[in-house]
Design a protein around this ligand. Structure first.
Ligand code: HEC
Length: 133
């Protein structure tokens, strides 16, 4: 190996080390349920109230907030997000962005006391939030 190759190998190792280190320590920019729900509440008001009511009490659509809501059938927050993303708003299914669906579901989870405002929203751990009684 000549001198230049040595330098090359050394630099490669330095770059790999820095890259690995960045992976290990970087904090993903993770919002909380509360932050998402703040926007989620207005997204809900725009797209959902006409059928589910201003307080989620249900009109032509079923209740989605409170004692009358029957979200048990979705079992967990991951499945709820999947359903809402695919099927709602019923008059234009799937028309909102992924971010808006996350905001909506955060709003529903907090309103139904299944998440707290300061809880970090981790998309990989939604299945751990149960909707069962
Ligand atoms: C045009 C009316 C309409 C709009 C707008 C609408 N929904 Fe629905 N939604 C329904 C109906 C009807 C059902 C029941 C569908 C079924 O059981 O197959 C439903 C079901 C649901 C459910 C499951 C509740 C249950 O008990 O089955 C959730 C959660 C939900 N909607 C959330 C939303 C959200 C969030 C929005 C706003 C993005 C929205 N919906 C917009 C009519 C609507």
């Amino acid at each position: 190996m000549n001198r230049l190759q040595h330098v090359g190998v050394f630099l490669t190792i330095v770059v790999l080390f820095l890259a690995l280190n960045a992976c290990g320590t970087a904090q993903p920019n993770q919002p909380t349920f509360g932050q998402l729900a703040n926007t989620g509440q207005s997204v809900y008001a725009t797209y959902c109230t006409e059928c589910h009511g201003a307080n989620g009490e249900g009109i032509t659509g079923p209740a989605v907030i409170g004692a009358e809501a029957n979200l048990v059938k979705f079992q967990d927050a991951h499945k709820l997000l999947a359903y809402v993303s695919a099927a709602m708003p019923q008059n234009n299914p799937g028309s909102l962005s992924d971010e808006e669906y996350r905001q909506l579901v955060s709003y529903l989870l907090i309103a139904n006391q299944r998440a707290t405002g300061d809880q970090p929203f981790n998309p990989d751990e939604l299945a751990l939030i149960t909707l069962l009684p």
